[in-house]
Design a protein around this ligand. Structure first.
Ligand code: UDP
Ligand code: MG
Length: 315
């Protein structure tokens, strides 16, 4: 199936991206015109920037770009709702046959979009952009990211290794995504669950073109935890297992103490053997309660069915 008559819609979440945006807009517009000329996509293809409650001049940059070019659109969210919510706001409201999501900082090679379209012509409904090196990241981000993918695997969450939110989805795949109403959104975990024929495109990730990372450690940790706790109940099971093992162990120690009393005339009355287990078990219990609480709070948030984003205006 060809994609020449298909309308491509590129979705770009932006949070305080005034420095990077002018270049991103220029590059995306150039790429889109080239793809239209080559007959890879339809002429009515669009680019939509989702302003995730920026506090700088991001929205006015988007507005003037939209005024100058009819194929550029903007969606302004009423406040900062986070990268994942900004993405879903775009994916669920922008029309188009093929939707590509990409970051505003040009870290992801835009040329990969051409390759994604090729995979789409071969029949893929979802095409993942996969980075083939992490050379442009700090050693810390590299190590933590790798460890995170491994941990998620261990807990049984299906993630595409080294893929973030740079991907192409057809209208059919978006239709399936629409049915996922969860508030604790982790798209990287949801998309592989949709099924369909998928494909991957490899590219090298580069440095951000301008501005600073909008993902400080705090947001990174929050996203990592969101991914784990909204997809896998296995931490709860692990706690049960650890609790069981500790109780068995203390039972054995109890038996030993009893045997020692009967056969050797008693153990030395120790302070450590009394106090240490109290603290140890106390700690384990608090940890367990904390994790259980996390899941309960998730249930609480989901049952409220609050909107994931509020659109203030569109251009
Ligand atoms: N972003 C967003 N809302 C946020 C944080 C980030 O829409 O609350 C956007 C940001 O503008 C960028 C993308 O998400 O387009 C990825 O952020 P960034 O490049 O800062 O993350 P990093 O590449 O450092 O992980
Ligand atoms: Mg970035």
């Amino acid at each position: 199936m060809g994609t020449a008559a298909m309308q491509l819609a590129v979705i770009v979440p932006c949070y305080n991206e005034q420095e990077a945006l002018p270049l991103t807009i220029a590059r995306l517009t150039e790429l889109k015109s080239r793809l239209v000329r080559d007959g890879a996509i339809g002429e009515a293809s669009t680019i939509t920037f989702v302003d995730d409650g920026s506090t700088d001049r991001t929205w006015s940059v988007i507005e003037s770009a939209a005024a100058a070019d009819a194929s550029i659109h903007g969606i302004k969210l009423s406040r900062n709702s986070g990268h994942q919510n900004a993405l879903i706001a775009g994916l669920l409201t922008v029309p188009g046959d093929l939707l590509v999501s990409v970051d505003a900082d040009l870290q992801d090679d835009l040329e990969a979009i051409g390759a994604m379209l090729a995979k789409c012509r071969e029949g893929a409904e979802i095409v993942y952009g996969v980075r083939n090196d992490r050379g442009s990241d700090t050693a810390f981000k590299r190590v933590t990211a790798e460890a995170y993918y491994r941990l998620m695997r261990l807990f049984g969450v299906d993630l595409v290794f080294n893929h973030a939110d740079y991907r192409l989805m057809t209208r059919t795949a978006i239709g399936a995504l629409e049915q996922y109403g969860e508030v604790n959104l982790f798209l990287r975990g949801i998309v592989p669950q949709l099924g369909f024929k998928t494909a991957s495109v490899h590219y090298a990730r580069t440095e951000r073109v301008a501005g600073e990372s909008k993902y400080p450690l705090r947001k990174m940790l929050a996203l990592a935890w969101e991914g784990l706790s909204s997809f896998s109940p296995s931490p709860l099971r692990w706690i049960t297992a650890i609790g069981l093992a500790i109780s068995l162990l203390s039972f054995l120690i109890g038996c030993w103490a009893l045997a020692a009393t009967i056969f050797f005339g008693g153990t030395v009355p120790g302070w450590a053997s009394t106090v240490v287990p109290i603290y140890f078990l106390g700690g384990i219990q608090m940890l367990s309660l904390g994790i259980i609480g996390e899941y309960i709070s998730k249930t609480y948030l989901e049952t409220k069915r609050r909107p994931r984003y509020v659109i203030e205006k569109k251009v």
